[in-house]
Ligand binder design. Structure first.
Ligand code: PM9
Length: 470
């Protein structure tokens, strides 16, 4: 199957081009800075874009997490917050929305995704267990490891190749999964950890055929299949566009079918659901739910708020409904693809096909003269900020962390700098400015020298590590 261009995608849906299905009614001014100010801010931040003050940032593409713009309906919902400690009416709206659009029977609210990851890992994992997944995600894997498991990457090989045009680079390699089950035994695998659109692979989707096949394999061995549903609506769009038999199915229908093959899901609502905070865990199993509902009161809050205010749950329930609109998802992914196509036209190395939430610059090819140990992707994030005030994020050797056994860096094949697009926030003109700045850095690439790591925290080092220029 071929990656469709923006143009053919528009034709497929009977339009020349996509446009946002909303208009702007409130704006937030941006700060423009000069290069000497940015050079100072970057040095103060230890060349880590997570340590910059957002007041010093012009276009903020650090993440799409909690950075989306809420709709007028969601803001109206904020005024309907029922701030009761227990049994808030907003919780029941949320429960109804999750059941209706994701299909799971039981809901456990959490403050954000990693709260849900913590609860599920703590509940199901025993020391010495093994968790197979379609590529690691930083917080997900850490919670699995903290609970005593070893994570195993069972994604298809194409996911590790930024130039492969495989339409479903998020798919599980069934042979790798079957080999792991043979090796460690099904009783040592509490669940398969499947993510819909794989963040670290470049926002790459999983096909419906693959989730169906993984389900069958899990059933043969009595293993649970759990979904990281964080960016599942984007995954649903790729299925609609690329998988035979789904072109006429709505995002909502595809989402429901996909989730139907899984036993439960955890969710960072700060992504797909168009809210600034929130998350949940949802399962079908009654006794597992009992345990989770008990544990949530220890770590997050009562089982009818889980760390969220009533108003947050109302905005979230409305956001879920808005997030499955076909026009919304098409324009969201269309904007990401617009930026990706501009960069491709200018021969700038990126992960292809362009994923759902971000354009990932391939720092290995961008800075072909830099070894991975001098942090090319971190360097590129720093150079981009210096050039224009655009903030991006490293997704390479720094994010991968260290091997818990040997203490050495993990060296992922993918060494990427992520330009992550918040939902409903920036315009096409902003994307043009971003592309121009990337091009300026690309033209000046030979001058880049790399960075040295001077401070490293114990967990999730990419958030707080500090560097110095070489
Ligand atoms: N993802 C992101 O920017 C925010 C934190 S890491 C920089 O991509 C997946 C697939 C995620 C994710 C967060 C979480 C955790 C789980 N799964 O951030 O705790 O992309 O709500 O969710 C981030 P929370």
């Amino acid at each position: 199957m071929r990656h469709q261009s923006l143009h053919t995608m528009g034709q497929q849906h009977g339009r020349r081009s996509w446009a946002e299905p909303w208009k702007i009614k409130m704006v937030e001014p941006l700060n423009m800075t000069d290069r000497p100010t940015r050079a100072r801010a970057l040095a103060d931040a230890g060349y880590n874009t997570f340590l910059l003050h957002s007041a010093d940032v012009y276009i903020d593409l650090l993440t799409d997490s909690g950075t989306s713009a809420m709709s007028d309906r969601q803001w109206a919902g904020m005024l309907l917050g029922d701030e009761a400690y227990a049994g808030s009416r907003n919780y029941y709206h949320l429960e109804e929305a999750v059941r209706r659009f994701y299909g799971y029977r039981h809901l456990v609210p959490t403050h954000q995704g990693r709260g849900a990851e913590h609860l599920i890992s703590r509940t199901l994992i025993r020391p010495g267990d093994h968790i197979p997944g379609n590529m690691y995600f930083t917080t997900t894997r850490l919670h699995q490891e903290l609970a005593g498991a070893t994570f195993h990457d069972v994604i298809v090989d194409e996911a590790h190749d930024p130039e492969s045009l495989h339409p479903f680079k998020g798919d599980v390699d069934l042979a790798k999964l079957a080999a792991l089950i043979d090796e460690v035994g099904a009783e040592q695998i509490p669940y398969v950890s499947l993510a819909g659109t794989v963040n670290m692979a470049g926002g790459q989707p999983v096909s419906m055929a693959n989730v169906r096949a993984v389900r069958e394999l899990c059933d043969r061995h009595g293993i649970r299949l759990l979904l990281d549903a964080t960016r599942m609506v984007e995954n649903a769009l790729f299925i609609q566009e690329r998988e035979e038999g789904y072109a006429q199915r709505s995002i909502a229908e595809i989402l429901l079918e996909f989730c139907g093959y899984t036993d439960g899901a955890w969710m960072s609502s700060k992504k797909d659901h168009l809210v600034n905070i929130g998350g949940w865990l949802a399962v079908n199993d009654d006794s597992l739910f009992e345990e989770l509902r008990n544990l949530v009161v220890v770590y997050e809050g009562l089982h009818t708020y889980g760390g969220m205010a009533g108003r947050d749950m109302e905005a979230l329930a409305i956001g879920i409904e808005e997030s499955v609109s076909d026009d919304h998802v098409r324009s969201r992914v269309g904007q990401v693809r617009y930026l990706g196509e501009l960069l491709t036209q200018w021969q700038i190395p990126i992960v292809r096909p362009v994923g759902g939430h971000a354009v990932f610059l391939d720092a290995r090819r961008f800075y072909a003269h830099l070894a991975q140990d001098v942090f090319p992707a971190q360097t590129l994030a720093a150079e981009l900020y210096l050039d224009s005030g655009i903030r991006s994020m490293e997704r390479g050797i720094v994010s991968a962390g260290r091997d818990p056994e040997t203490g050495d860096h993990k060296r992922p094949k993918l060494e990427l700098t992520r330009l992550t697009i918040p939902r409903r926030v920036y315009t096409q003109a902003h994307m043009d400015v971003v592309a121009e700045s990337v091009k300026a850095c690309f033209d000046a690439r030979d001058a880049a020298r790399g960075l040295r790591l001077v401070y490293e925290p114990r967990y999730l080092r990419f958030f707080q590590a500090r560097f110095e220029p070489l």
